[in-house]
Design a binder for this molecule. Sequence first.
Ligand code: COA
Length: 436
Amino acid sequence: MTAQAHEDHEAESKHTAESLNGTERSVTNGRYPAERAPQPVATRVQPPRYAQIIGWGYEVPERVVTNQDLEQIVDTQDEWIRTRTGIEERRVVAEPLETTASLGTQAARKALEVADLHPAKVDLVICATSSPEHLFPSTASIIQDNLGITQAGAFDLSAACSGFVYALSVARGQIMAGDAEYVLVIGSETLSRMVDWTDRTTCVLFGDGAGAVLLAASDVPGGVTATVLGSDGSGAELLTIPSGGSAAPASLETVSNGSHYIRMDGRAVFRFATRIMAEATRQVLDRAGVPVSEVDLVVPHQANKRIIQHSVLRQLKIPEDKVYVNVHKYGNTSSASIPIALCEAIDEGKVAPGDNLVFVGFGAGLTWGACAVKWSVPIEKPETSWWHTTQRQAAYQAAAARSMWKRAIRRLYSQVEPRAMTRRPVRKPDNEQPTP
Ligand code: COA
């Protein structure tokens, strides 16, 4: 880029950034103006791209399970759970129809509503989850089908409770590389189906829910500005579901010894978490060039209130009102906890354009991750046009119909094909038979 081109770009970015602080939301929807529509790579002048969060949403099951409810099923006390974890209640899926994909679908729908974006425009769906619907197909593919996102790739990301931060980092990379314009990042969990409800050391901790954000390519500086990811596999056995994978496939034995449930060394995980949350926050702020004193809001993984107090609050001396906590309402929803907390922080008016945010998480693996975000879009829900809303509703209905139609056609083929295969082959004349 020449000096003049650079200056022009800076001036334009400044202009659009000013627009962003007002109400011109469409700029953040990320598409380049027509004159800068994608050109062949060889001739394309690459302006800097930024990954802005332009939509957000969350979904939690209606059913509330309180600490008192748990007192009825395991040897525990409300007082113990509150003082050791800060958790008062959690949400748990009630119906067989409520699943990781259904919660993720609802959260993603809400994110598309906020961004006022038609699902067909999404380029990539990433679902961070430790409780996928199946080992395969991916939960992301099911969500993609549910929403009629027809032009996108979709995959699950497994990094346990750090999953959302990992997924955000991957989405940012896709956008900055120019490979995607819109990426849906979802964290969705139904860990209540993975815990042993007779094990008081784990069942009191986890809850179900989903959160989603929509990332868009933009030439407005800001958005997800820096990320840090880490892993220490030597701690793999500290937090694990030992069976059900290829190392120990499901069998009568794995079911009878309960090794398909979550197993955890709580104290060791606690020690790791308090150290790594502070460290990752510090690192990502260094990368983003933001001093700790200029952080407006930390949205940490909601595993335990004491972990949050011992890490970001105490070690980094970030005041309490700048750290968002909602673990008392939902427990540990793993990869969904950060996006759910972000959505609630937004709803409570704790996020404003220009704010410096940090998302920081840790989890099984052991893994950890942090993202620095310069919030750039207006928080007020924009006036979504009735026409766009109608189009989206129609797209969801069309998606359901298309999916049913494709399944029916496949069923039909599968009934017809075997008969075709057993049909007697046409015998060629003897002189055309292959010779041995
Ligand atoms: N109710 C009552 N007592 C319980 C209990 C429960 N639900 N769970 C454990 N206890 C008991 C233990 O059996 C132990 O009794 P003992 O001393 O007679 O053996 C006692 O409480 C203390 O257990 P301890 O494990 O030392 O408690 P703790 O203060 O470390 O708190 C955790 C336990 C799990 C809350 C805490 O270690 C923790 O939060 N760790 C991190 C877990 C986490 O975040 N995992 C998810 C990562 S994404």
